[in-house]
Design a protein around this ligand. Sequence first.
Ligand code: FE2
Ligand code: FE2
Length: 136
Amino acid sequence: MSRIFWSNTYSVGHPDIDSEHKKLVEIYNRIVDAVESFNDEPEDRQELMTLLVIFKQNIKRHFFTEESVLSRLNYPDLPNHQLLHFDSLGKISSIDVHGISKKEYRKMILETVGEWWVNHLLIEDMKFKDFILKNL
Ligand SMILES: [Fe+2]
Ligand SMILES: [Fe+2]
């Protein structure tokens, strides 16, 4: 897993959404560091679980902000986007690194937290960028 370096190309054109995305990337990078320095000590698992909880709390708040902005602007594809948020939240909530091997949890984190970046932000959130730029 590698760290993400924020660049303006990741902007979706809305300051509140962008600043929450940046905050999530910051937590994401802390998760990457925790995964990379993981030594399978109980404190390592605890640290990772704490970071995942922080990520989950922030993403929950973020989905709410994003949906409120899109709803105010009457974004036509909002129902579909809400469903994707609901799905991501379910996946992230189900992560539990207690009692599983390093290989398993790496895969699990990549499939959940990593997927939020690759499939959600870079693909799904980018779909409303033009809409926001035209309607804000
Ligand atoms: Fe989204
Ligand atoms: Fe988002």
